[in-house]
Design a protein around this ligand. Structure first.
Ligand SMILES: Nc1ncnc2c1ncn2[C@@H]1O[C@H](COP(=O)(O)OP(=O)(O)OP(=O)(O)O)[C@@H](O)[C@H]1O
Length: 328
């Protein structure tokens, strides 16, 4: 495996001892194969003198195990998408490129006493790329992505929540990661609760204080669908606020071209852009995938216009049902 890929795997396995050790062994094996015996021997020595349950950590920097108890509300995501898979506005491309460059020069910037932007708020309707972008961004940075489900975090047993929050932040302070807080608006809702939930409010406020104080080694990203429910006390804690909008006509056309890039078509999907106004990327994605699947099921080599229109009708039905549920 290429060295870069192995390094990525090694970083992603950080905090999970067994996996980390397996990848480290793979790296040593590769060096042995290349006849770099001195390096391989010294790597093995570091690995063997690393932390063990009985000995004090020496050699390798001690791993900070990710809190086991956090498993219910935090998830390590192996990036499976890259920048080819996302459609972003030119403004967002510019912001992300500048964040990447700043991160790479972070040590130098900090040495001069200046802050590095590392706390980002992603706003926008569902299915418009907030999570996908966090994944692609983590892949570009070569950092592991951890997704924290805020609603689950704050509804877990309160006594433990406070400890878990502290552990998460301790982890993010020491280990370069992209720590992604999904459904951040759940915080705002919890903050406005009162009376019997004052304990909950305290937990939420302590989470905000942690966000305020932390200088993450990587990035802390929070995502919300409801930007209006976040008050300025929350907004001002972030270095950048980035909007992910539903695609306009031009972006929807780009998305369709991307999705059908390697698929033989009997029609021009862009002729249907009028009917796709207001759809999210996730909805457009479902239409494209359904249309492609229909051609596979019928064992046809090309996707037909009917495949596309049938998928569109299905998605419309789904939208109407979802809207009805949301109103109820
Ligand atoms: N900008 C985009 N470019 C390409 N594909 C996209 C984009 N936005 C969304 N998608 C597609 O829709 C799926 C869901 O998007 P994603 O999970 O990023 O939405 P989200 O904004 O995080 O939504 P939610 O608020 O519901 O969590 C993605 O996995 C991807 O297939």
């Amino acid at each position: 495996m290429a060295r870069g890929e192995l390094m990525k795997k090694l970083l992603a396995s950080y905090g999970r001892d067994e996996e980390f050790r397996a990848v480290a062994e793979q790296i040593i094996g590769e060096e042995e194969k290349k006849n770099n015996r001195v390096l391989a021997r010294s790597l093995r020595k570091s690995l063997e003198t690393g932390p063990s349950p009985r000995s004090k950590p020496r050699g390798l920097a001690p791993l900070i195990p990710f809190p086991e108890s956090a498993g219910d509300f935090i998830e390590l995501v192996e990036p499976s998408h890259n920048k080819q898979d996302i459609v972003l506005s030119s403004e967002n491309v510019r912001i992300f490129l500048s964040l990447l460059r700043e991160y790479r020069r972070g040590d130098e910037i900090r040495r001069r006493g200046l802050p590095v932007r590392s706390k980002l708020l992603f706003c926008g309707p569902p299915g418009c790329g907030k999570t996908l972008c966090a994944e692609v961004f983590a892949a570009e940075l070569g950092l592991p992505l951890y997704i924290v489900k805020i609603d689950r975090l704050i509804s877990s047993y309160l006594g433990e929540t406070a400890t878990n929050i502290r552990k998460i932040f301790e982890f993010a302070r020491k280990q370069p990661t992209v720590l992604f807080f999904d459904e951040f608006d759940a915080l705002a809702r919890a903050r406005s609760e009162d009376g019997e939930h004052s304990e909950l409010r305290r937990v939420v406020n302590s989470l905000l204080i942690f966000i305020d104080r932390i200088q993450p080694k990587g990035f802390l990203v929070a995502a919300t669908n409801f930007d209006q429910s976040l008050d300025s006390a929350i907004w001002r804690r972030f270095d950048e606020v980035i909007w992910f909008d539903r695609p306009d006509r031009r972006m929807a056309a780009r998305f369709l071209r991307m999705k059908f890039k390697n698929v033989p078509l009997q029609f021009d999907p862009e002729a249907h852009l009028d009917g796709l106004d207001g759809y999210s990327y996730a909805e457009l994605e479902r239409i494209c995938v359904q249309a492609i699947k229909a051609s596979i099921i019928d064992q046809r080599k090309q996707v037909s216009e009917k495949d596309f229109l049938d998928a569109l009708v299905d998605e419309r039905r789904r939208r109407r049902r979802t809207a009805r549920i949301a109103e109820a």
